[in-house]
Design a protein around this ligand. Structure first.
Ligand code: GLY
Length: 304
């Protein structure tokens, strides 16, 4: 049995490749990293990796993380510049006993030391989108078109779980702003003995609920992945609305150690699943009356 789930339709090609690797018996670390890297490398996905959207100063700063559910080791990078694959750097850092979470200049310096290629991450599309947005700067800050973090959770045939994330974060964020994606327990969590989760949406809200850890905790208490994801997202959404008057978009994908998956969201949200019994498919989730309604969509359908 193997299983792979990822946020957003943009992860479809990555999930197809990751699924093929898991099918062949390749370990989940390689499969999840590959899934994320395929999204990172595609310049038309402007919320992740190469061609990601810049911060308000016009600089692309990326966040990413990688967690191994077998050892609980994790690596994370925040606001790192000129690195095409934050998830790769995060995976390398996850091998460290110390210094597994690095930000800004330090993360870039470590990437250089490790021999990772330094590149200009901007594209015509990311530049023109930035310049256009600069003219409209009085608009409210929001995630770019809701295509946000790629978050991937996978289980391999040996029963190992991995969670990973990668994002350019909130469009027009402040220099040095770090969201939930590289924050353990918020943007991601994985424990082979229970399950794993990864989040997408507005980091400032996701972090208030330590959402990924909360979902794994609920699974430990006996909730199914779907129940855990719905409960954690709806409770956080309700609490934020009650305490501060609003909640931004929050979505999660998760999986338990048996490869059963779940999705929680407070906004329309697309995701991709493949497992040993099903080829990769895109699904669309919508919250309604305290439940999440999920339907399969065609790859060609216009959902984000
Ligand atoms: N979820 C990505 C971010 O808020 O940066």
């Amino acid at each position: 049995m193997w299983s792979l789930i990822a946020t957003w339709k943009m992860a479809y090609d990555g999930v197809c490749q990751g699924a093929e690797m898991l099918k062949q018996g390749i370990n989940v670390k390689d499969a999840v990293e590959k899934t994320v890297q395929i999204v990172e490398a595609e310049p038309s996905f402007t919320s992740v990796g190469f061609g990601g959207l810049p911060n308000e100063e016009g600089t692309i700063q990326l966040d990413g993380a990688f967690m191994d559910g077998a050892t609980l080791r994790f690596g994370a990078v925040g606001a790192v510049e000129n690195i095409a694959s934050p998830v790769h750097l995060a995976r390398l850092l996850s091998e460290n006993e110390f210094n597994c979470q690095l930000v800004g200049k330090g993360a870039k310096k470590e990437a250089q030391r490790l021999g990772l290629q330094q590149i200009d991450l901007s594209t015509e599309l990311s530049n023109s989108t930035y310049l256009k947005r600069k003219e409209e700067m009085n608009q409210e800050l929001r995630s770019y078109n809701d295509h946000d973090t790629v978050g991937v959770v996978g289980l391999d045939q040996s029963g190992h779980l991995v969670a990973a994330t990668s994002t350019s974060g909130l469009f027009m964020k402040k220099d040095g702003r770090v969201g939930d994606s590289p924050i353990i327990g918020s943007g991601f969590y994985a424990d082979d003995e229970i399950g794993a989760a990864a989040a997408t949406g507005v980091g400032e809200d996701i972090m208030k609920g330590c959402l990924s850890y909360e979902i794994v905790r609920l699974m430990k208490e006996g909730d199914s992945p779907q129940k855990a994801a719905e409960k954690a997202v709806f409770e956080l959404d309700e609490k934020l609305k009650r305490r501060i008057g609003k909640a931004h978009s929050i979505s999660v994908v998760c999986m338990n150690r048996f490869g059963e998956w779940g999705v929680g969201t407070n906004c329309p949200f697309a995701f991709v699943i493949a497992d040993s019994n099903h080829e990769a498919k895109v699904y669309y989730a919508e919250p309604k009356n305290g439940n999440v309604f999920i339907r399969e969509v065609q790859k060609e359908d216009r959902v984000d």
